[in-house]
Each structure stands twice: as C-alpha cells, then as structure tokens.
Design a protein around this ligand. Structure first.
Ligand SMILES: Nc1ncnc2c1ncn2[C@@H]1O[C@H](COP(=O)(O)OP(=O)(O)O)[C@@H](O)[C@H]1O
Ligand SMILES: [Mg+2]
Length: 376
C-alpha cells in the first residue's frame, strides 16, 4: 500500500532521514518510533508531500507520489497532528467538514457524516457538534482531530504523535478507542510516537529509527523478543516481559470457570466445581454475583456466609482487555485469578495468574550477542 524506497532527506550537511526503506501493507498500523529528532515527522511529511525527499521514491498504491498532483494525494491521506490542532473559529462540525467541503459534498451528507464520526470517536453529537475548540478538553479535541482526519474516509491515515498532548489516563483511553476504531475501519495507518508502550499496544509493525536510520522493522513481538541491536534493546526497556502482556487479549487465554447458581446447595460444589477450589456464583441469567472458596465448606456451611460478593465492574475484566490490564487488576485485588464478564456483567470465563505467567515467559530467551549499537 505504502512503499518507501531508499528515502533520504538532507538539510544542509545534516541528514534528517537516511536511506529509509519501508513497506506498509493495506490495513496495517505501522508505528514509527525513536527519540526526538530521529526523523519521524520528516518521514511523515514526505509521504504527505509537505516536504520533498532529497532522493528516493515513495509509492502509494503503486503510484509514485511525486507524479501525483499534491492535492489529489492529500485527499487520499487523513492527517492528524499533535500541535496544530483545530481551527479555533470553526465549530466541531465545521472542523470535521473541512475536507468534505473542499470536495463539494452536499450539506445533508456533511451533517450526517459529522454525527456518524462523533459517535465513532465517542462524543455525543448533540452535545459537541456546535462547540468551539476552546470549549473542549485536550482529549476531546484529539477525538475531534481523529474525526476530522477520517471525514472523507481516506484509505490512509498519517498520525503524528496524535495523543502526545494528553494526560496518561486519557491517553490510554484514546489508545483503546483508536484500537477499536481501527479494528472496524482497517485503515492503512502510519502512526508516529516516542512512547514505546503506545507503539507496542497499537502497532502491527514497529519501525524504530535513530539519527534518521532505520534500526528495526518488525512486529511488536519480534521487537520485544529479538531486538536487532543494543539501541533497540535499550529503547524497549527492561520490562519486556510485562510489555508482552499488552499484546495478549484476555479472550485469547481465558478458560471456562467453575460456576454455581446462586442459592444452590454449596455442598454439591466440590463436584460441580470440577474440584477447583474457587467457584463463581452467578444469577440464573449468568450475571456474576461473587465467588466461594470450596475449601472451607462443610456440612454446617451457610451458603450466604461462604459467598464473597463482588461488584462485577471492579472485580472482573472484559474479553478485549489486555493481559496487562488483567494482571494489574489481579494485583490490585490480591486475587490469583480474575473473572471475565461482558458489559452486562455476565460471566464469560476466568484468567488465571498462571496464564499470565505463561504469556510473560513465552518467547523469552537469552538476549545475548547483540550486534553493536547502531547496526541495523
Ligand atoms: N526545516 C528544517 N531545517 C533544518 N533541519 C530540520 C528541519 N526539519 C527537521 N530538521 C532536522 O531533522 C531532524 C529530524 O527532525 P524531525 O523529523 O522533526 O524529528 P522527529 O519528528 O523524529 O522528532 C532533526 O535533527 C531536525 O533538527
Ligand atoms: Mg516529530
């Protein structure tokens, strides 16, 4: 879909981007990452033709972009940037419609599109379409920025540190929303960040740069398990095992839990629970109520006394949460397993600490004999 061939960009004696070659398949998220000044923004702006390469070629859909009129090219690329935000004198709706208006869309089509996009990015259209940018929080403004980039449904999205100006909590929220939207829309995305956690979370492929040179271009798993050199190894950081958990979803490792209906005879539990020590107690419709420890049960047990009630929203995770979320929830609660529920609190499964440990050590091996720093 997008192919960079031996792209170099010089400023005087300085080389901002140095012989960069990359290929991004349709529907993939490629995260471009590296320290400040390594050439990420320059690369993105060359794809958008805001900057011309000194040498090399860039192909979008097998067409050399230097041969396309810049306007035609940019219409096919949605661009989200960190610093130049929204036009302050335009409402949210006005901002979202900048490109559709250039394309001469009918008014009714634009009105529908605004509502559709605001819903997609998690903002209530009635509450937001007529607001001005100064009336928005940082996170809301970023959502509108994403909606604006998606307005004319471009096949390619270029995002330059789109969540960079947002506080950590909102940043995580925006990341999971982006992941959800991307699962739905399957755009081809080039996403720039300097945050390795964000990269591991969102990327299909990570391109790690340093001083304008590509250090490694691989899946997050490969980057974590087989860093190409010492620079990548150090850049990824010490907690590689924990980072791996971000890539695994709860639904991929959950198992079916031992359950018992509320009000059932707890003495039948040891059998019903398949000799597991803990069993979840559910309503007839499957909603989670709590759990019992079958070890302490005997003839005199009062069911209600053996039951530990939980608030499902606090004591369970969702199927599309990451194992990292599941682990922090377990650690916070002091449990060695955690229930998986849907949005109606219906029990779907459980994730055990052992499953988390397995995921952490998977692919783990001795990282030794790394090539020296800077070698690709
Ligand atoms: N217009 C410019 N003139 C001179 N040097 C520039 C210009 N734009 C970028 N550079 C240099 O190119 C290098 C890469 O910049 P940039 O792509 O913005 O890095 P990043 O986005 O990774 O932080 C930096 O060393 C920067 O100083
Ligand atoms: Mg930059």
């Amino acid at each position: 879909m997008i192919r960079l061939e031996d792209i170099t960009r010089r400023y005087g004696d300085e080389t901002a981007v140095d012989s960069l070659s990359l290929e991004i398949a349709e529907g993939e998220v490629c995260v471009l990452i590296g320290p400040s000044g390594c050439g990420k923004t320059t690369t993105l702006r060359m794809i958008n033709r805001l900057i011309e390469p000194t040498s090399g070629h860039i192909f979008v859909d097998d067409r050399d972009i230097l041969s396309l009129p810049a306007e035609e090219l940019r219409r096919g690329l949605g661009y989200v940037i960190q610093s130049i935000g929204l036009f302050p004198h335009l409402t949210v709706a006005g901002n979202i419609c900048v490109v559709p208006r250039l394309l001469g869309w009918e008014k009714s089509r634009m009105v529908d599109r605004v509502d559709e996009l605001l819903k997609l990015v998690g903002l209530d259209p009635n509450a937001y379409r007529d607001k001005y940018p100064r009336q928005l929080s940082g996170g809301e403004a970023q959502r509108v920025g994403v909606a604006r980039a998606l307005a004319a449904d471009p096949p390619v999205l270029l995002m330059d540190e789109p969540f960079g100006a947002v506080d950590p909590l909102n940043r995580e929220r925006l990341q999971s929303e982006f992941a959800r939207i991307q699962r739905e829309l399957k755009k081809t995305v080039i996403f720039v960040t300097h945050d390795i956690d964000e990269a591991i979370r969102l990327a299909d492929k990570i391109a790690i740069m340093r001083d304008g040179k590509l250090q490694q271009f691989d899946t997050p798993e490969e980057v974590l398990n087989h860093p190409a050199n010492k620079f990548v190894h150090d850049f990824v950081g010490a907690d590689r095992a924990l980072k791996r958990l971000v890539r695994v979803r709860v639904e991929d490792v959950m198992r079916s839990p031992a359950t018992v209906l509320d009000g059932a005879d707890l003495l039948t539990l040891q059998v019903g629970a398949g000799r597991r020590r803990f069993a979840y107690v559910v309503e007839p419709d499957g909603r989670l109520i709590g759990w019992v420890d079958t070890l302490g049960l005997d003839e005199g047990s009062v069911p209600e006394a053996a039951l530990t009630r939980v608030v499902p929203a606090d004591a369970s995770v969702r199927p599309d949460d990451s194992l990292r979320d599941a682990l922090s929830r377990m650690l916070g609660l002091g449990f060695r397993s955690i229930a998986v529920t849907d949005r109606n609190d219906v029990l779907l499964g459980e994730v055990t600490f052992a499953a988390v440990e397995d995921a952490m050590t998977e692919g783990d091996e001795h990282i030794s004999n790394l090539p020296p720093e800077g070698a690709a």
